[in-house]
Design a protein around this ligand. Structure first.
Ligand code: GDP
Length: 310
């Protein structure tokens, strides 16, 4: 199997490419749950859902989250009764959260619920949460402590970030199958996700980092930073808050010492020597994925860099 560590929107594009250029059943995707939240009484897993919807061909491309052509009648009705509506859930999207919450309430694990949702939507890749235990990314900002979604959606990433913690991580166990999958993988792919708030929480689950350090499988990451800034979102701000360079070099350092290869854009080709000094091989490719063809092209580069056949 090819193990992929994944956040939400950036990961979704690369994973869709991988599912197109190789047999989807070969993919074992470990998804971030650090930005899961309880909203209107429901368990919402934004990153798992973005990946599921993308692989099911349902993702709304313009927003980057939720279901394409969704309506927001429930949201409007919730607004009318005075509920908070800064976190937006579409009507079809709601069915996913209702289904997940009912499965969890009936005693199922998040791994089981995630698998059931993916299967029902026709996803052939295996998608599991990093852990069945709650781990919550929290940011200490100039506006106080915020959950990831409060920072990202409600505050639109405006406050300065002073510290990032993964609440609950020390006590969390990797989801069933994760450590074994990493140990026996033919390759590990770190998607072009936010290193601090999408991949960081996965690495914070005890046992995962150790498995990555020990596995003989090559580890290949795709840089979410292109030309000195994030393609989208606050990755630049968060890398800087961690004291890391906003560059492929900073990304590689977030994955030290287990990362073997970093795929980065041509705009950053000058960093190759510095990466080499850090013990990381670099592969230069067009790292932007504006459409399906670009997703497939980059996915092929990643497989090749990992020595895996398409
Ligand atoms: P989130 O949970 O929705 O923030 O999802 P991710 O962490 O998976 O995705 C956000 C990251 O994806 C950002 O840091 C972006 O810079 C990166 N990203 C988005 N689109 C692209 C792309 O086309 N190419 C690359 N290399 N990175 C991208």
């Amino acid at each position: 199997v090819i193990v992929a560590l994944a956040g939400g929107t950036g990961a979704a594009k690369l994973l869709r490419g991988l599912a197109r250029v190789t047999e989807p059943a070969r993919l074992f995707i470990v998804g971030n749950t650090g930005d899961d939240l309880h909203w209107w009484g429901l368990h919402v897993s934004p990153d798992l859902d973005s990946v599921t919807y993308a692989l099911a061909g349902l993702l709304d491309e313009k927003r980057g989250w939720g279901v394409r052509d969704d309506t927001f009648h429930c949201l409007e009705a919730m607004r009318r009764v005075g509920r908070e509506t800064w976190f937006r859930l579409g009507d079809r999207d709601l069915a996913t959260h209702l289904h997940r919450t009912l499965l969890l309430r009936a005693g199922g694990s998040l791994t089981e619920a995630t698998g059931a949702i993916a299967q029902a939507l026709g996803v052939r890749a295996r998608l599991v949460p990093m852990s069945d235990d709650p781990v919550r990314t929290e940011l200490r900002t100039t506006g106080g402590w915020l959950s990831l979604e409060e920072f990202f959606v409600r505050e639109r990433c405006a406050p300065d970030v002073l510290e990032v913690v993964y609440r609950g991580a020390e006590a969390a166990r990797p989801a069933p199958g994760v450590v074994d999958a990493i140990r026996t993988a033919e390759a590990v792919v770190v998607c072009c996700s936010n290193p601090v708030t999408s991949i960081g929480p996965i690495l914070a689950v005890p046992g995962i980092l150790e498995a990555l350090a020990r596995t003989p499988a090559p580890a290949v990451a795709v840089s979410p930073i292109v030309g000195g800034q994030a393609v989208s979102g606050p990755a630049g701000k968060l890398l800087a808050a961690r004291g890391l360079d906003v560059s492929p070099l900073g990304v590689a350092r977030a994955y030290r010492p287990w990362l073997d290869t970093l795929v980065m854009d041509g705009l950053d080709a000058a960093q190759a020597a510095a990466l080499e000094r850090d013990g990381v091989r670099s592969v230069v490719a067009d790292a932007l994925m504006p459409d399906g063809a670009a997703e497939a092209r980059l996915a092929r580069v990643v497989l090749e860099a990992a020595g895996a056949t398409a």
